[in-house]
Ligand binder design. Structure first.
Ligand code: GLU
Length: 429
């Protein structure tokens, strides 16, 4: 769909990505031809994924892998398993990865993939068969120098191993750098699991430093207690930040005096509930249980949305009390909500800056795999935090100087790097 000669979409993530891109591109006076070029992915592969379910029936799932840009290097981005995965959603997320890698200064373009499914209602064997068939179907476009997948929502090291193992068998040789987010014992990198949360916390600490705020006097709420939110909460808490609310798909768990995050981890690790439902019953550990969205509205200084896209929207933005939002999820804030937040002076650290720790950590893993030589965890964490701080400061300084939002500032820096390389290489990539 087009409006005024510009591509638009009914998909919230793709439409948000396009609108944010156009806003920044116009402000930069980017060439219209280049704007049109970057509005579309270079390549999108749609695959069917027939899976033999445990009851013997065959179910056909639909999967996608999108390469938005390979201007800066191999496309990079996760694979998610969720019910709302569509080709267009993957296009929007792949575009966001292009800006994320560009801004981070790492040698990758942007990609994303996924399968439309409900992994919480599938057995391990069903997920294995689905992952392997999906891996086989996208194999022709995957490789360490072409497209390097990683985990995303509802996928992790195990899914990566199934996909990689299948593609390696097809290739007839081992190739560990073809994807990242692997388990540590199997060519993974020490530090990768916590990397996104660590990077997010680093952004929050930098923001506190810029605003002269003492972490020990700060209160934060974290939406989503998965791989991103849980470690962000833990690392912020270790620096003295009081975490007053956490949440998962079962609701919000609130304690104005601060939640014991170690206890939440312990609870989550022993609770047999499905992923995303691990905090079920946590209120008995001294918290008040509130509704699903209430985590956004509690009294706090920092809000970290680390769950789904679009949770900060026209309906919720006006009720947020936090003055600072650090986005852990991809695309949690709609453009309309961002306007509401800007008008009330809330500072938003945008997703592709704040959650870049994951892909930066993936880059470190890829580099170690290519070299066949593992780094220490200390090395990994130090380099990660240094890069995150550096990126934060660049975006912050430009935003302050030009009086624009951090999102606009981040977009301009990210688009510029891609535009310069496209200029150098030409559009026939
Ligand atoms: N899925 C993560 C993201 O959205 C990590 C991507 C990667 O490491 O390639 O940034």
């Amino acid at each position: 769909m087009e409006i005024d000669g510009r591509r638009r979409s009914n998909n919230l993530i793709l439409d948000t990505a396009l609108r944010d891109f156009y806003g920044a591109a116009d402000e930069m006076h980017l060439d219209e031809g280049l704007i049109q070029t970057l509005s579309y992915p270079e390549r999108r592969v749609d695959v069917s994924v027939p899976v033999e379910m445990d009851d013997g029936t065959i179910k056909v799932f639909h999967g996608h892998r999108v390469q938005h840009s390979t201007a800066l290097g191999p496309s990079k981005g996760g694979i998610r398993y969720a019910m709302d995965v569509t080709g267009q959603e993957c296009e929007g997320l792949a575009m966001l990865m292009t800006w994320k890698c560009s801004l981070a200064g790492i040698p990758y373009g942007g990609g994303k993939g996924g399968i439309c499914c409900d992994p919480t209602h599938m057995s391990r064997k069903e997920k294995e068969r689905m992952s392997r068939t999906f891996g086989a179907r996208i194999a022709p476009i995957i490789g360490r120098w072409s497209d390097v997948p990683a985990p995303d929502m509802y996928t992790g090291g195990q899914e990566m191993v199934w996909i990689m193992d299948t593609i390696c068998k097809m290739l007839g040789h081992f190739e560990p750098a073809m994807l990242t987010g692997k388990p540590i014992d199997y060519w993974g990198a020490k530090g990768r699991t916590e990397a996104t949360g660590r990077g997010l916390a680093a952004c929050a600490f930098e923001l506190m430093r810029m605003k002269g705020l003492d972490p020990a006097k700060m209160k934060a709420a974290v939406q989503g207690f998965g791989n991103v939110g849980s470690y962000a909460a833990k690392i912020m808490n270790e620096a003295g930040v009081k975490i007053v609310a956490i949440s998962d798909t079962t609701g919000t768990y609130y304690n104005p005096n601060g939640i014991n995050i170690d206890k939440a981890f312990e609870y989550m690790n022993t609770n047999p509930g499905q992923r995303g439902r691990k905090l079920e019953g946590f209120e008995k550990e001294g918290c008040e249980k509130l509704g699903l969205d209430d985590v956004l509205f509690v009294d706090c200084d920092f809000l970290c949305p680390c769950a789904l896209q679009g949770t900060i929207n026209q309906d919720t933005a006006g009720k947020i009390k936090a003055k600072y939002i650090v986005e852990g999820a991809n695309s949690p804030t709609t453009p309309e909500a961002e306007d509401i937040l800007n008008d009330s002076g809330v500072i938003v650290v945008p997703d592709f800056l704040a959650n870049a720790g994951g892909v930066i950590g993936s880059y470190f893993e890829w580099a170690q795999n290519l070299q066949g030589f593992p780094w220490t965890e200390e090395d990994y964490n130090n380099r990660l935090v240094a890069l995150m701080k550096d990126n934060f400061c660049r975006v912050w300084d430009y935003a302050q100087n030009k009086k624009v939002t951090m999102r606009r500032s981040a977009y301009i820096a990210a688009i510029k790097r891609v535009a310069d390389i496209v200029e150098l290489r030409g559009v026939y990539l």
